[in-house]
Design a binder for this molecule. Structure first.
Ligand code: TA6
Length: 280
């Protein structure tokens, strides 16, 4: 455990596959993932480590609300709450290393609870193994009342230049365009085999395939995401428009989520969702 600014950061290694992740308890934010010593996630030079703002980069968690659509502020409280480390070590089959972080309504700031007055327990498991980086999110309704939520793994991938990347899996998938008053397109991108980003994009694609990929032709890197129980995917890059992060060219956000139709959890019910990220 080390300290960055005001925040505690945990480092997890998996030597046999030459991988390492760094995770802040604040927001349970994975801020770095190295494979073969190469950084795979973007972390903004302007990232704030005071604990006052979400960390811009890595994998912020959007829960229990994606975006501004709901009673909470943008992307909900998970990414700005202090999670607890529950467990760390090798997985049962010993082939992987992982950690489990926890958050419940008892850990929340009262302001959040007044806007979202529900009893819950969330567990976030981060695993490094031969098949890459796995992140598993689980939430249980511990109260009497049902609640609903939306969710996303807000992945910031490090790319050499966003315009030299090709995205696979979202072709022909309808999306709503957050830059155009959330209007739905009928057909999505025309291309049949991947497409490139040539302008600002902020889109939520509905019912996307369970495997997505980004090919970075300058870095000669392919990132593959397999997702489970996450029907939708957000694609975001501000492309230098007003207020863009100075490092905007160097990231691409591709975010598996459950966004279009909120998940409803009744008393005692549990929901889980995962992603496995590989890079070559
Ligand atoms: O997931 C895309 C998005 O919702 C964009 O609209 C953009 O606002 C981005 O996330 C970053 O949001 P943040 O609140 O972290 O500045």
């Amino acid at each position: 455990v080390s300290k960055v600014g005001n925040l505690e950061q945990i480092t997890l290694d998996h030597a046999p596959s030459n991988q390492q992740v760094k995770v802040f308890l604040f927001g349970a934010t994975v801020s770095s993932w190295k494979k073969n010593e190469i950084e795979r996630f973007f972390l903004s030079q302007e990232a704030d480590f005071s604990g006052q703002k979400p960390i811009r980069g890595g994998i912020p968690l959007c829960f229990p609300q994606f975006g501004p659509y709901g009673p909470l502020s943008q992307h909900g409280f998970a990414r700005i709450s202090y999670w607890r480390l529950k467990q760390m070590g090798t997985t049962q089959d010993r082939s992987a290393n992982g950690m489990i972080l926890c958050l419940s309504n008892q850990d929340l700031n009262p302001t959040w609870l007044s806007s979202w007055p529900f009893a819950f327990t969330a567990e976030y498991q981060i695993i490094l193994g031969f098949d890459g980086l796995q992140t598993h999110f689980k939430v249980r309704n511990d109260g009497e009342e049902p609640f609903s939520f939306t969710f996303a793994f807000h992945n910031y991938f490090d790319v050499s230049d966003v315009s030299s990347c090709q995205i696979f899996g979202l072709e022909k998938v309808p999306f709503y365009d957050r830059r155009k008053n959330d209007e739905w397109t009928e057909q999505g991108e025309e291309n049949l085999t991947g497409f490139q980003i040539v302008e600002p994009v902020d889109r939520v694609y509905a019912s996307t395939p369970n495997e997505l990929a980004i090919f970075d032709s300058s870095k000669l890197q392919i990132i593959k995401i397999k997702k489970y129980h996450l029907p939708d995917s957000t694609l975001w890059n501000p492309f230098g428009t007003n207020g863009s992060d100075p490092g905007w060219k160097g990231f691409l956000c591709l975010e598996p989520g459950a966004i279009k139709s909120p998940i409803l959890l009744k008393s005692g019910e549990e929901w889980q969702a995962s992603q496995i990220i590989q890079c070559e």
